[in-house]
Design a binder for this molecule. Structure first.
Ligand code: AMP
Length: 178
């Protein structure tokens, strides 16, 4: 099912914060959007509608802002929620993937029992930037035997080329900045 999105209305609730958290980064702050129940629910509904009910068994949210969108998406799908967390945060037996950042590297982890073989999995985050985080999450899902049915983002920073890192997967970004 296709729904018309009022992108300008959504964009009006994204706050640009220059030079945060470090010089040269223009941070997309989604907290004003979360304050507005219409904008927040529009994002959740658009992600659910794009993939369609009955198509997803688990929704993975990427720490930390991905959790906020992934949990209500999972609720609407009648799917389980899975956190993908930064290193050392998960208490149970976990597996990890380390990926390169512009400077240095980062590690993401997922509980071994979070995904069952054959699970259809949707990955959700607030921002697709260089794509390293999303690609690492897809790798974790596949290592656990899950099938990545797609990735959903509120915002895609198109100029960073993250889409190339998750080529081959269904992807939806509600707002793209070129
Ligand atoms: P990347 O691995 O480069 O695609 O980075 C994606 C992760 O970093 C996501 O979890 C985002 O929340 C965060 N992120 C990267 N760039 C920005 C930005 N300009 N504004 C807000 N969050 C960002």
């Amino acid at each position: 099912m296709h729904i018309e999105l009022d992108r300008a209305a959504l964009e009006a609730h994204i706050r640009e914060v220059p030079d945060f958290p470090k010089p040269g980064v223009s941070f997309k702050d989604v907290t004003p959007l979360l304050l507005d129940h219409v904008a927040f629910s529009t994002v959740v509904d658009a992600l659910v509608m794009h993939f369609g009910r009955g198509t997803v068994d688990k929704v993975v949210g990427i720490e930390a802002r991905g959790f906020i969108f992934a949990a209500p998406v999972a609720y609407h799908f009648g799917a389980g929620f899975v956190p993908a967390r930064k290193a050392g945060k998960l208490p149970g037996p976990s597996r990890s993937v380390t990926y390169d950042l512009e400077y240095g590297s980062a590690t993401l982890e997922m509980h071994d029992d979070a995904i069952s073989p054959g699970d259809r999995v949707l990955i959700v985050d607030d921002v697709l930037a260089t794509g390293g985080t999303a690609a690492a999450t897809a790798t974790l899902v596949e290592q656990l035997g899950g099938e990545v049915v797609g990735l959903g983002f509120l915002i895609e920073l198109g100029f960073l080329g993250g889409a190339a890192r998750i080529e081959g997967y269904e992807r939806v970004s509600l707002l793209t900045y070129d």
